[in-house]
Design a binder for this molecule. Structure first.
Ligand code: AHR
Length: 505
């Protein structure tokens, strides 16, 4: 970690009239795929002692409510690209067992669209439903919107009623396939092929229900060879029906190089800026007044489980797959990624932490309980306290060189909620050795007081939470480190820490 300046100080300059954008609460979304134990044993486990009468895990619902997850993307992911939505509705005894090719397992279809929608109601979240544009096409895209959003009196709306659901689901947000640029994706396509297919699918879906919004697939990562041209071509072919373009990214510390790992948020920041530029380029050449916003609908740390997953037996039901056990440094990066999303709140309107339960997830379950992984905390605290307006701050902070470019030692963002008279500072100190002194001039916020300074830190970067030791890594109170004197806030951000400083009038 090569420091360019020696002072361990960060100054955040704010002006309450300089704002980036209101936070769209959907940036705190998540994702449930038919993959591993996300659905079965994750959110749904009939017969388990925590299950309610419909088989949903109540302990998991409680933790999801603690986060306040506003939207959940479903049913995939790679899974969706060979999925028949009709398999997953109607009497369970008629639902087929299918070979599931994305993850090499058997899908029983015991849990499907109707069960998911019922679960969303219990969790108080909104669905973001993905359609299969891999092995299927326009006809099925049309039919599933009809099943979900038409009141009655047509083939598929009446099928829903016959299945016991009188009122339409009115699903507002639809993903036009998943990662269609990836060679691993069933039915993957060139940008032109996909752009045309997505454009036609979106068109027919919006004929069924003109009030829906559609997310077209962007690149499945910045590292894709087709990145850039993919986004441009897809938008050129689907602009009229596309409301959001997707981005996906996962980071890992395979080289055990924590400074570079923690600097990955710099790469995420560049990725977002580049996709914004491409959206605006296509807007310009189309002479359009419509702005395409971004849906960062898969993001997280993902690498711990890669080796063990290579040894998995094929064609079994819901095995332990992608069960990353997150450590403390992963939570720091997740915090920085949340800060990055917030700093782009003017264009990132949707984001989904991938995923929610058991599969690369903040929540884990066993037959005997559910517990919080380290990454639960930054995700939950950002979702609960990061609502309002993002301020356009100027931050004076030293940087270090990384493989992603210069990285600030302290990542930060400030969210103001004028209606409720609160102000929240989120900050990650990436220095592994040094505490940083924070100052922020708050004279425009006369009368605001420190409510809480919560800190997530640990002496061991690799510390994890387990079912037996679920509180090994969890936030502690650091309020005494933070003061406001004559309108100037001063605080100490401990080395290697995620901080939430909450102020209110
Ligand atoms: O989230 C796990 C997988 O990662 C998803 O199925 C896929 O879309 C991505 O490659």
């Amino acid at each position: 970690m090569k420091k360019q300046k020696t002072e361990n100080k960060v100054q955040i300059c704010i002006d309450r009239d300089f704002t980036i954008s209101k936070v769209d609460k959907r940036i705190y979304g998540s994702f449930i795929e038919h993959l591993g134990r996300a659905v079965y044993e994750g959110i749904y486990q009939p017969g388990n002692k925590f299950a309610d009468k419909d088989g949903y895990r109540k302990d998991v619902i409680k933790l999801i409510k603690e986060i306040g997850v506003p939207i959940v993307r479903y049913p995939g992911g790679n899974f969706v690209s060979a999925f028949n939505w009709e398999d997953s509705v109607g009497p369970k005894k008629n639902r087929p067992r299918r070979i599931e090719l994305a993850w090499g397992v058997v899908e029983t279809n015991e849990f499907g669209l109707d069960e998911f929608m019922n679960w969303c109601k219990k969790v108080k979240t909104e669905p973001m439903y993905a359609i299969n544009l891999g092995t299927r096409g326009l006809e099925d895209a049309k039919n599933v919107v009809e099943y979900c959003n038409i009141k009655s009196g047509t083939l598929y709306s009446d099928m829903r009623i016959k299945n016991g659901v009188k009122d339409p689901y009115n699903i507002k947000l639809w993903c036009l396939g998943n990662e269609m640029d990836g060679s691993w994706q069933m039915g993957h396509m060139t940008a032109e092929e996909y752009g045309r297919k997505a454009g036609r699918a979106g068109h027919i879906m919006k004929l069924v229900d003109p009030t829906i919004e559609c997310v077209a697939c962007g690149s499945s990562g910045l590292g894709m060879e087709t990145f850039g041209n993919w986004e441009r071509t897809v938008l050129e072919n689907s602009y009229d029906v596309t409301d959001y373009l997707s981005l996906h990214t996962y980071y890992g510390n395979q080289k055990d190089d924590t400074p570079n790992f923690l600097a990955s948020s710099v790469a995420m920041d560049k990725f977002i800026s580049q996709v914004v530029s491409i959206c605006d380029y296509v807007k310009a050449i189309k002479r359009s007044d419509k702005t395409i916003n971004l849906s960062f609908d898969e993001w997280n740390v993902w690498y711990h489980s890669n080796e063990q997953d290579k040894k998995l037996e094929k064609w079994v039901e819901h095995p332990h797959q992608l069960e990353d056990i997150y450590n403390f440094e992963d939570a720091l990066l997740v915090g920085s990624m949340l800060i990055t999303l917030l700093r782009h709140a003017d264009r990132v309107k949707i984001a989904c932490l991938a995923q929610l339960v058991n599969v690369i997830a903040p929540i884990m379950t066993s037959d005997t309980g559910a517990w919080k992984q380290t990454i639960f905390y930054p995700y939950m605290q950002a979702s609960v306290y990061g609502r309002g307006e993002v301020l356009n701050t100027v931050v004076k902070v030293p940087t270090y060189e990384s493989e992603h470019g210069d990285a600030p030692f302290v990542d930060s963002v400030v969210v103001a909620d004028d209606e409720n008279e609160t102000l929240t500072i989120f900050a990650v100190n990436k220095s592994l050795e040094d505490d940083f002194d924070l100052t922020c001039d708050l004279r425009q916020y006369a009368g605001y007081k420190v409510v809480e300074h919560s800190v997530l830190t640990h002496k061991d970067l690799k510390a994890v939470n387990t079912e037996k030791n679920p509180d090994n890594v969890k936030p502690v109170d650091n309020t005494k480190a933070t003061k406001i004197t004559k309108g100037i806030l001063t605080s100490k951000l401990p080395a290697r820490s995620w901080n939430v400083i909450r102020l209110a009038k």
